[in-house]
Structure formats: structure tokens, C-alpha cells
Write a protein that binds this ligand. Structure first.
Ligand code: SAM
Length: 343
């Protein structure tokens, strides 16, 4: 049990940084299981419908063309889950002459169980697996990440009468938060006592790596995730198991632990690369033709028309994933006006 290991470490070293607690819990959670789908813990956009990965494939193909159709392309996905998005992307992007021949598929994935699942999904496709974004080879690149940044470990800070304190994880009958060391933060002068602010340093570091890469060489990264457009106080740490919310610290390693992505912080960290306007998932997918794709699929499979329409609506509707989920592109300076975003 990972909880026992966490308890032992806390007993010896005292209350633990939340980012360490979350990193250990998330690594254990994904390390040995495939949590996706109706029978799992939660469902992601690529698992809702093939249309999601196909539209990302259209984006990748057009972006590659805007890059001047380089003969060799590092095509990478961060946190690819079951590999479904990449499979659907490759099938759709194959419609662009030359894309498939150029693309060398790289998957950044730390979970051994999910690497095996990705191998099954991608069949004969040649794939290079990596542990870290920094290990991606140089050269023109297109990188996609869906619900990857939300799984990276955060720290939280709480405002008390004497200033901001880090929140740490202590143990007792159960894991719980205690106030940790005081820290200097000047970023939210209007914050009130009790407000919580989150920092995802791992996400910022990866955005900075992408920013440095596209500051120097050709390419673009597409980040799709749920989160907020402006950095602001708020407690967004959440756990989900069997499609239901659970107390965030209650069952480390047994439930999915995530936090909303602070897109403004990612955009700041990505300098000197270019950053797109932030699009909602709904508008991004619509601009790239998801409704047309749904109609086409429905015409070919009339018995599934209702399901296809429902899946499309779930992906684009504000009541579903359309507004909460957002899309940001980080790209080299010459590659602006990428498809799917407001000009
Ligand atoms: C919520 S899942 C998203 C899966 C997939 N992108 C999808 O949309 O279905 C998070 C993915 O990120 C991977 N992951 C989590 N932390 C990681 C890390 N630090 N480095 C690389 N992969 C990580 C997980 O193993 C899993 O594949």
C-alpha cells in the first residue's frame, strides 16, 4: 500500500509537501492500471469519441504544412493514456500527403502498464517511448498533450493573518492538511484570509522546456486540459474514483488526483516562444470541423447517429467539456495563426 509508505515518510520527516504526496500518488495510480472508460474511474475526450483525435490530427497535419512540410517530424504526445488519441490522429493526418512518412512517433509516458496498452493500441506503428519531455530529439516537432498537465503535482498556499503559508500533508487517523512554513507571495493583494493559491511547478517547467525548444526551432505544442484562463486563488485539487468525487487525500494511489491547469502561468513560462490566444475546447473543435465530421460519420453509420451526435455535443457543449476544457498552442515565432484559434 502506497499509503503506508507515505505515512512512514511523514512519521520520520514531518508533514510532507503536497507536490511530493501527489507525485507519489499519481505515479502509483497510473503505474499499474488502465483507469479509463465506463468501467474504470473516468473518461477522457479521446475515449469519448474517435472524432476528438481525428480533429487533433487535422490540426497536426495543417500545422505541419504551415511549417513547410518538413521531411522529418518529431510527432510527440505527452501522457498518452491508452494511445487512442495518437491512433486517431495518425489515421486522420494520413489524409495529408507526406505527413505519415515524415512523422516519427514519440510517447512521453512514465507508466509501464499504460506503455503496454499504448503498444497494443498502436499496433505496428513504430514508437519511441520516453520518460521526460527533455529527452525528445531535436528538429521540427509537433507535440500534443490532452489531460496531461492536470496530472502533474501541485503545491498549495493558504493566506493566514500573518501571510501565506504552504499547505503540507500530515498523518493521523487520516491524511490531512496542516499549515507549513510561511512564504513570501506578493501576487494577490486582494486575497482574503483562508484563500488558497496553487502552483504547479512541474507544469511550468515543462512549459518552459517547450518554450525554449520553440524559441529556437520550428514547431508547435497543443495543450488541451481543464483549467482557468487567469491566475487566481482557488482550491482545485480533486480526486475521482469510479466516476465519483472522493476526498483528495483519502486514498492516495487508488483514485485519480488532479488539479485545474493555470493556463496563464503556462503561457508566461513558455516565453520566448509564441503563445496562441486561449480557445475553449468547444470553439477549437468546431472551428476545425467536428460537427461536419460527426455528420459524415453518422451518414456512414446511421444506426450510431444518435450516439455520434451525443458524443460531439459532450465534447463541444458548455454543459459538457466545451468550456471548462481549454486549448493553448505554444509555437515557434513564425508559426502564429495556427488553425482552431481566433486570429
Ligand atoms: C489523465 S491521463 C490522460 C491520458 C490521455 N492523454 C487521454 O486523454 O486519454 C494522464 C496521462 O499522463 C501520464 N502521466 C502522468 N504523470 C506523468 C509524468 N510525470 N510523466 C509522463 N507521463 C505522465 C499518465 O500515465 C497518463 O497516461
Amino acid at each position: 500500500m502506497i499509503a503506508d509508505g507515505l505515512s512512514r515518510e511523514i512519521a520520520v520527516q514531518g508533514p510532507m509537501k503536497l507536490s511530493r504526496f501527489m507525485a507519489i500518488a499519481v505515479a502509483h495510480y497510473y503505474g499499474g492500471r488502465d483507469p479509463f472508460g465506463q468501467r474504470g474511474d473516468f473518461i477522457t475526450a479521446p475515449e469519448i469519441s474517435q472524432m476528438f483525435g481525428e480533429i487533433v490530427g487535422v490540426w497536426a497535419a495543417v500545422t505541419w504544412q504551415m511549417m513547410g512540410s518538413p521531411e522529418a517530424l518529431v510527432l510527440a504526445e505527452l501522457g498518452p493514456g491508452r494511445g487512442t488519441l495518437m491512433a486517431d490522429l495518425l489515421r486522420a493526418a494520413a489524409g495529408m500527403p507526406g505527413f505519415r512518412q515524415a512523422a516519427r512517433v514519440h510517447l512521453v509516458e512514465t507508466s509501464p502498464a499504460l506503455r503496454r496498452r499504448q503498444r497494443r493500441t498502436l499496433g505496428e506503428t513504430e514508437v519511441v517511448w520516453l520518460d521526460r519531455v527533455e529527452q525528445l530529439p531535436p528538429g521540427p516537432a509537433i507535440i500534443v498533450a490532452n489531460e496531461f498537465f492536470d496530472a502533474l503535482p501541485i503545491d498549495q498556499y493558504v493566506l493566514r493573518a500573518d501571510g501565506w503559508h504552504e499547505r503540507r500533508v500530515a498523518d493521523g487517523d487520516e491524511f490531512h492538511f496542516v499549515d507549513g512554513p510561511k512564504v513570501e507571495r506578493g501576487d494577490f493583494p486582494a486575497a482574503r484570509e483562508g484563500d488558497i493559491f496553487e502552483v504547479n511547478q512541474a507544469a511550468r517547467d515543462i512549459a518552459a522546456t517547450l518554450g525554449r525548444r520553440f524559441g529556437q526551432s520550428l514547431g508547435a505544442a497543443l495543450v488541451i486540459d481543464y483549467g482557468h484562463a487567469i491566475s487566481a486563488p482557488g482550491d482545485t485539487l480533486q480526486a475521482v474514483g469510479r466516476h465519483r468525487a472522493a476526498p483528495p487525500l483519502s486514498r492516495p494511489g487508488e483514485v485519480d488526483l488532479t488539479a485545474h491547469v493555470d493556463f496563464a502561468a503556462l503561457a508566461r513560462a513558455a516565453a520566448p516562444a509564441a503563445v496562441s490566444p486561449l480557445a475553449s475546447q468547444g470553439s477549437f473543435l468546431r472551428r476545425l470541423g467536428i460537427e461536419l465530421r460527426a455528420a459524415k460519420l453518422a451518414a456512414a453509420r446511421p444506426d450510431q447517429a444518435a450516439d455520434l451526435e451525443a458524443a460531439c455535443q459532450r465534447l463541444i457543449n458548455p454543459a459538457g467539456m466545451g468550456t471548462l476544457f481549454k486549448v493553448l498552442a505554444i509555437s515557434s515565432a513564425g508559426l502564429t495563426d495556427l488553425p482552431g484559434f481566433d486570429a
